[in-house]
Design a protein around this ligand. Structure first.
Ligand SMILES: [Zn+2]
Ligand SMILES: [Zn+2]
Length: 673
């Protein structure tokens, strides 16, 4: 049996009863003996194989690809080798195989690649274990109820990998060679989801750049307890003259008559269960956790058996999960006792459901297993959000009331509005994650005359459309059916790494805009949502076994082959357009701001004979210099150190940790380094 990761393999062994362990090549295997069988559970570490081109070279297009052990093609994957060797040793002893990796396309690809490539076994000798949580009960049930080999899911997963390779590798190569034809070198990339994602962001960037703000005016009436606003036909005042006229007319008036009181009682429904995108956006707005972080924190909680599988599209919690059982378990946790009890005390325990479904997993829910004291702060935050959302979906709608008063001053109307909560209901279950407007107004009756303090006139401007935050763009991708729950956050992260986007909320760099323009002009299909979505639908067809991997890939080769042929003909010209932007962007990233030792100099990052340092543009007149770290990615930021006033740079070491630091090694901020 193949588990997706060492930790998961150990949880499966724990669930299935008495086991012994055996170490082989530094990897722990779990052995369970039954009357007629000896079951070996061996771990993978995520993907053991990845796609690579057959043969050598940097030309494009490459369509001839094969699966190879990942440590043969990637330098950073050396640690996978012992797992590969161990899996080979164990699988060679077996007569039958079980893929017990996570139940989704990735898990199907990981497990079946390992089994098929190492043993050559036919599909009728491979079974699939299907579970949504790593609790002993679920795992035991899944094992008692093994399913046949998941042909559709596996084929769909394999197709996705090949498509990503076709689009990612080929078009990225085309871009890089175009630049190389102009004697520049730069890692550029695009991909099946990355391309359309960048296009959405670039379109927004252009909208913002082209936005022309229009001035408008607002007039307020101030009362000792509230503020009302001039309103007519729900439009704004667009010219100063009109504003001035109205203002002059009412100015100095001391009385306003209440002419209309509108009360509206309404319900605010409880939220729907979390899918991954829903969780990501709440984690971002309440805890400032990025979508990618939220995804990996949730994955950790799942691997600890605390929540169900997080990579789900579903917003539904089926009754077979046993709501009461889960709630009772949560009641045993001190933090959640009261909230769980509130739900359990209800006459009818039924969750509100969302629209989205997922054929593999339900929405995210807590298993009720106690987390103990082992959770990190960040894990705890995500866990708390998941548990409280689970409670909230069982709550009754909150009762709200909106109030609108119309106040007359001469012939002008001013309006004051408020919204208040009458019955909190589900709000009590989701605390402190409820964000609703609460503004109370004093009691008023029609005909009543109020004392006015004064009037105010204010000039404002229409605002450009908002920039996307990371969680908003992930949301947008889901709404447009682009990418998958597992890959959306990663695509956005890739755009940051390539310097196509920067800052939070997201700004598209000149390089990002140039790449989008180039692709739009020369291979519009690569950035079109249409094509990406079309293949997403094809993969669904493969999953349901209405289409085949071979047919879909052939279609992709046809489509892409002709696009790339056209690109190649104009390669040099395309590169020429990109090079100017790349040069300007490089220069911008090297600039660190004014020199702290001379008048006219600018500090910039310099690379000379293998080492990096900061120097002044006025050298040799100014010899100001600072050292720079010699490995890792660095780039400039807009920040200045509060202690020493030198510019801060962004440092990314080994792709793991990134941070901002100032360039002065003697700065007090580095005392404890
Ligand atoms: Zn200087
Ligand atoms: Zn400093």
């Amino acid at each position: 049996m193949v588990g997706e990761k060492p930790k998961v393999a150990s949880r499966i062994a724990n669930a299935l009863g008495d086991y012994s362990t055996e170490e082989n090549r530094g990897v722990k295997n779990y052995i369970i003996e039954t009357d007629d069988k000896r079951i070996i559970i061996a771990p993978a570490v995520g993907h053991i194989f990845n796609l690579d081109q057959k043969g050598e070279g940097w030309d494009y297009p490459v369509f001839d690809v094969e699966w190879k052990p990942i440590f043969e093609t990637s330098d950073s994957s050396g640690y996978v080798k012992k797992y590969y060797n161990n899996l080979r040793d164990q699988l060679e002893k077996a007569d039958e195989y079980i893929n017990a990796c996570d139940f989704d396309l990735e898990g199907s690809v990981i497990g079946s690649n390992v089994i098929k490539h190492i043993t050559g076994a036919s599909e009728d000798r491979i079974q699939r274990m299907k579970f949504s949580t790593l609790t002993p009960e679920d795992l035991q049930n899944a094992f008692d109820d093994l399913e046949d080999f998941d042909h559709g899911m596996t084929e769909a997963g394999l197709t996705r990998h090949v498509l990503d390779y076709y689009y990612g590798v080929n078009v990225s190569r085309a871009l890089m060679q175009a630049v190389r034809d102009n004697d520049r070198y730069k890692t550029l990339s695009t991909g099946r989801v990355q391309g359309p994602t960048l296009k959405i962001l670039a379109d927004r960037e252009k909208e913002i750049m082209e936005f022309d703000p229009t001035p408008y005016w607002e007039i307020y009436l101030n009362h000792s307890e509230f503020q009302a606003q001039w309103e007519e036909d729900e439009d704004r005042i667009w010219d100063e003259e009109t504003a001035e006229k109205i203002f002059k007319h009412v100015q100095g008036e001391e009385k306003a008559e209440v002419t209309n009181v509108k009360v509206n009682n309404y319900s605010h429904n409880p939220p729907i269960p979390f899918n991954l995108t829903g969780l990501q956006s709440e984690a971002s707005s309440h805890h400032n956790i990025s979508p990618k972080q939220a995804q990996s924190l949730a994955q950790e909680l799942y691997e600890n058996g605390l929540i169900s599988y997080p990579r789900t599209e579903s917003q539904k919690l089926p009754a077979k999960l046993g709501y009461k059982g889960l709630l009772k378990k949560l009641k045993n946790q001190d933090n959640y006792k009261d909230k769980a009890k509130k739900v359990l005390d209800k006459d009818e325990i039924y969750p509100r459901q969302g629209k989205k479904e997922d054929d593999a997993h339900p929405a995210i829910y807590p298993t009720g297993e106690p987390p103990g004291g082992s959770l990190s702060k960040q894990q705890r935050k995500v866990y708390d959000l998941i548990v409280k959302r689970f409670f909230a979906v069982f709550g009754d709608a909150a009762k709200r009331q909106s109030l609108t008063f119309t106040l007359d001053v001469k012939e002008h109307e001013f309006k004051a509005k408020s919204k208040i909560t009458k019955q909190r209901n589900w709000y009590n279950l989701y605390e402190p994650y409820v964000r609703v407007e609460e503004a109370e107004l004093p009691d008023m009756e029609e005909g009543q005359v109020l004392k006015v303090e004064d009037f105010e006139k204010e000039e404002k401007e229409t605002q450009p459309p908002n920039r996307y935050s990371q969680s908003k763009i992930v949301n947008e991708l889901e709404k447009r059916n682009l990418g998958t729950k597992a890959t959306r956050a990663k695509s956005v992260d890739k755009l940051y790494n390539r310097n196509y986007i920067e800052e939070k909320p997201i700004e598209v760099t000149d390089l990002g805009l140039a790449i989008t323009n180039t692709l739009e002009n020369y291979c519009p299909n690569i950035v079109s949502e249409e094509l990406t979505r079309q293949f997403e639908e094809k993969m669904q067809e493969i999953k349901e076994q209405n289409d085949t991997r071979e047919d879909v890939l052939e279609e992709a080769r046809d489509e892409l082959g002709s696009i790339l042929e056209q690109f190649k003909e104009k390669q040099k010209e395309i590169g020429g357009e990109l090079v100017d932007t790349i040069d300007a962007e490089r220069k911008r990233r090297r600039q660190l701001g004014p020199c702290d030792q001379c008048e006219d100099g600018t500090l910039r990052m310099i690379k000379k004979s293998g080492s990096r340092f900061v120097g002044c543009s006025e050298y040799p007149d100014c010899e100001n210099t600072y050292p720079l770290p010699n490995n890792g990615d660095i780039k400039s930021t807009d920040e200045i150190c509060e202690e020493c006033n030198t510019p801060k740079i962004w440092v990314n070491r080994d792709n793991k940790k990134n941070y901002n630091m100032c360039i002065d090694p003697d700065c007090p901020t580095k005392d404890d380094w």
